[in-house]
Every structure is written in C-alpha cells, then in structure tokens.
Design a binder for this molecule. Structure first.
Ligand SMILES: [Zn+2]
Ligand SMILES: [Zn+2]
Length: 208
C-alpha cells in the first residue's frame, strides 16, 4: 500500500495543493541497502506539489526539499547536504484493453507493459516512464511512493563534497586540511607545503 496517495476523482482542472512528508524511516524501509545516505531527522523529505486533471490526464508538479547527511568524497566527513529538485509528471490512464490493441506503445514499444510497469500499476496504481516525466495510472488512486523515490535519487549529488574547496585530509594527522574558508589541522608540514604539492595530492586523491 503506497503511503503517498492522491485520489483521481477529487482532482479538477484547477490545481490543488498537496504537502507530503517522507520520513527517514520511510527512506530506510525503501532503500535498506543505502547505508551511506542518512536522512536528516529534523528535515524529512518534503514534497510540496500541485495536482490537477484535464480530461483523464493527471498533471503533478512541484519541488522536493530535503536534507541528507552525506559522506564527503574527499575528506570522508559527514555533512548535511541540502536537496532541491523540481519535478513534473503527466499521467495518462492505462486501460486493460490497451495492452491487446497495442495502443499504448509509448512506454514499451510493443503494446503491453514490462514486468516493472505491471508491478508499479499493481502496487501503486502508477507505471512510470523512462524519463520520469510521463507515466500511466490505473484505478482511482495514484500512489507516488516510487515516483518520490526516483526524484530523491535524481537529486543526490554524484560527487558529494562538504565544501567545494575541500582539500581532503592531512596525511600526517588524518584531520581535514585547512583551506581559505575553513580551519584545519595544525601540522606545520602541511602549512608550509607548496600549493603545487597540495594540488598534486588532491589530484591523486580524486584519481583513487
Ligand atoms: Zn570534505
Ligand atoms: Zn595534520
């Protein structure tokens, strides 16, 4: 049973606002493997959205806001990372008859849905398209759990950095190195090291 639901019949062509909050528990139940991403308990994922219906098509648009604790790719420190991601999803009704007729070939090219699409429709009433901007719905209720999960994944940084200028950790003491905007360790060697050596080590670290 999806946690985040919108009832189709209630929607009109005027945008209605919905506010959904996805808790850290929701995330860890969904992604038990992803230990490296911890959701900040003070600021759960917020999906502030507007939904409307034109004929049978449903339009959902809004923004994700959230804060996760990520591990910096350079110094390994955990830091709060703010997530922001706009999204827009257009859903068309899926009808059982469409499969045989092959009318809805937009999503699979062959008529009929792939197993993932079928699972989505059975569990959430929604089958998402490849690009995450379009999909199909079936039944009276649209469940947005899978969609929200995808939006969160999309918002995650590819290389998390605690600070754009992060210089990683000191090879002597293991503490974060100082940079122009941040205090670091007190190792003398580090301080007198030439900028070129620092850059070389930084490059090395990025290649590792
Ligand atoms: Zn860092
Ligand atoms: Zn040091």
């Amino acid at each position: 049973m999806p946690e985040f639901r919108i009832q189709i019949e209630r929607l009109t062509d005027e945008q209605e606002r919905f506010e959904f909050e996805a808790s850290p528990e929701w995330w860890s139940a969904r992604e038990p493997e992803s230990e490296e991403i911890r959701v900040s308990a003070e600021l759960p994922f917020r999906f502030d959205l507007k939904a409307s219906r034109t004929g049978e098509d449903v339009l959902i648009e809004g923004d994700l806001e959230g804060r996760v604790l990520l591990e910096c790719g350079r110094c390994g420190k955990r830091y709060p990372h703010r997530l922001r991601e706009p999204y827009r999803l257009v859903l068309e009704p899926h009808r059982l008859g469409d499969d045989q007729q092959g009318n809805r070939s937009t999503f699979d090219g062959a008529g009929g849905l792939d197993p993932e699409g079928e699972r989505g429709l059975a569990e959430n009433g929604v089958s998402l398209g490849e690009d995450l901007e379009a999909g199909l719905y079936r039944g009276a209720v649209v469940g947005l759990d899978d969609f929200f999960g995808e939006v969160i994944a999309l918002a995650m940084p590819i290389q998390p950095l605690c600070d754009e200028e992060c210089l990683g950790v000191c090879s002597h003491c293991g503490q974060p190195r100082a940079n122009d905007s941040k205090a670091g360790c007190d190792c003398q060697d580090e301080k007198i090291e030439s900028p070129f050596a620092v850059l070389a080590q930084l490059k090395q670290r990025m290649e590792d």
